[in-house]
Design a protein around this ligand. Structure first.
Ligand code: FE2
Length: 215
C-alpha cells in the first residue's frame, strides 16, 4: 500500500483505522519552508549535538512562545517540557506504517521525558488546539530536499492533511490525553531505515522544535 492509497483509505474509512476525518478544525497555514521562522538550521548532525541546549537557546530567541519560557527553564523543564517536544521513532508493528511514512512520537519515556499530549481546540486551550500541525524532515546530509507533512486537525487528521495518525496500542486516540497518538510523516525520497534525519516540527501551543533522529 502506498501513501496515497493509505490516505484514501483513511478518507473513506477503509483499512485498519477507524478514524474518520469527520471535521476539519480551524486550518492553520504553516510558515513556508525556508521562511524567517525556519531560520538557519544545521544540515548535518553536529558531533556534539545536544537537542536540549539547542532548542532552549533557539526557543528563548523566539521559536518558542514567550508564555512557555518559564516552563522550559524551570528545574524540571527538561523532562516535562523540552524533552516532551523532542521526536523519536516508536517501536510499532510494521503493518501500522504504510510505505512512504515514518512514525513519530514526542517525548521519549525511555529518556525520562513526559509524553506529549494532543488536544482538539477547546475553551481550555483558547480554541487553538494542541498538536503538531507540521513536520519537516530531511536526510541529514549536505544536499537533500526537505519534505513537509501537514496535520490540519486532531483527533481526526482531516482530508486536507498530508499526514495521518495511528494509535499506539490500537486504542482510542483520545485516551490518556491523546498521548498515544503516532504521527505518520512523509518519508523523504531516498531516506532508508538507519538513516539520520533532521526533524523540524511545530507544536501549535509550544512552537518549533528541532532534532536529529535515526529512522
Ligand atoms: Fe506542545
Amino acid at each position: 500500500m502506498n501513501r496515497r492509497d493509505f490516505t484514501r483509505g483513511l478518507m473513506f474509512g477503509v483499512g485498519y483505522l477507524a478514524i474518520a476525518p469527520t471535521f476539519v478544525a480551524c486550518k492553520k497555514t504553516p510558515p513556508a519552508v525556508g521562511s524567517a521562522l525556519s531560520g538557519v538550521l544545521p544540515k548535518l548532525k553536529p558531533a556534539d549535538w545536544d537537542p536540549v541546549a539547542f532548542n532552549l537557546e533557539r526557543g528563548l530567541a523566539g521559536s518558542i512562545p514567550e508564555s512557555y519560557h518559564a516552563a522550559i527553564t524551570s528545574p524540571d523543564g527538561v523532562e516535562k517540557h523540552v524533552g516532551k517536544h523532542l521526536p523519536y521513532v516508536p517501536r510499532v508493528p510494521e503493518r501500522l506504517v504504510p510505505d512512504g511514512f515514518i512514525p513519530i512520537m514526542w517525548g521519549d519515556p525511555s529518556k525520562g521525558y513526559a509524553k506529549h499530549p494532543n488536544a482538539a481546540p477547546s475553551d481550555a486551550n483558547g480554541g487553538q488546539g494542541h498538536w503538531y500541525n507540521w513536520i519537516r524532515i530531511r536526510k541529514a546530509v549536505q544536499d537533500a530536499p526537505e519534505e513537509e507533512t501537514t496535520f490540519v486537525s486532531w483527533p481526526e487528521v482531516g482530508s486536507e492533511s498530508t499526514g495521518s495518525y495511528v494509535v499506539m496500542g490500537n486504542g482510542d486516540i483520545r485516551e490518556d490525553g491523546g498521548r498515544n497518538t503516532i504521527y505518520l510523516a512523509a518519508r523523504p525520497h531516498g531516506v532508508r531505515t538507519g538513516d539520520v534525519v533532521r526533524v523540524h516540527a511545530h507544536c501549535l501551543t509550544h512552537g518549533e522544535w528541532v532534532d536529529f533522529i535515526t529512522v
